[in-house]
Ligand binder design. Sequence first.
Ligand code: P6P
Length: 338
Amino acid sequence: HAAEAHRTDLMTITRYVLNEQSKHPESRGDFTILLSHIVLGCKFVCSAVNKAGLAKLIGLAGETNVQGEEQKKLDVLSNEVFIKALVSSGRTCILVSEEDEEATFVEPSKRGRYCVVFDPLDGSSNIDCGVSIGTIFGIYMIKEGGEPKLEDVLQPGKNMLAAGYCMYGSSCTLVLSTGSGVNGFTLDPSLGEFILTHPDIKIPKKGKIYSVNEGNAKNWDGPTAKYVEKCKFPKDGSPAKSLRYIGSMVADVHRTLLYGGVFLYPADKKSPNGKLRVLYEVFPMSFLMEQAGGQAFTGKQRALDLVPKKIHERSPIFLGSYDDVEEIKALYAAEEQK
Ligand code: P6P
């Protein structure tokens, strides 16, 4: 009977978020409405990404769509969809997107209390070869009343109320945390609903995989070089780790979350702050890792303690299984002692 109930008792992301809301009686449902608009954006991008793949593959309508308009690059299209969805939710006041140099300040008549930072289509350079890509987002509450200002989004990641990503791959999977654990939902295209498929995700305490772009090895600093060396040639007789690097952050992080291990995008001589962006790549993924029992480190401090000064600031990042990141922290601490 339980199995039967499971099949018919569909836990959709909407129901899940409403359940969370019911834990906060004072809530006016604004957060639920905001999340429902983010989910709408993800559904749209999922369908656009799948179509684009198909259009590219079989040369449908060339580079222009049926209206003869120049086919928009998918990341530009995705950005417009999210901006419009977030503004029309009436629950946001500042939006920071990887695609826009400046933050978007929502007009007063449509303003709400939330600030959303997002990368509408991270890894989009991978679309043409069919590698999974994704949307990454984080949500802050505006610091205090009055005119929203840039400082309201330059908050440390630990102040985020929620964070998540939607991965567009063989299936469309949305992984979300609203501060009490991590849950994964898979889009059922026949229903147009995200169904709970990965309840209460916990990352393994230690993993057998390391994930880094080895092509940057000549530029790494000591601790990173030492850690990767240890993964490949362990001195304690333990088996070497496997290297898995997809080159699309959402895919590499999703595998790390489910299988364990560690994802590294270290600083190097070329880019002293690494490559990944603090607000809408490092913070949301670090938030999820901590919520799943893992951790995230910048080489200097806990990633979520970082206070960004600019909205497109970058930071090195080491995130994943708790024990694996501990080893990296020990190597950086030893370097500090020198
Ligand atoms: P590299 C994709 O371009 C991206 O922003 C992330 O999704 C990914 O983790 C990283 O860059 C890959 O960078 O330098 O290894 O190609």
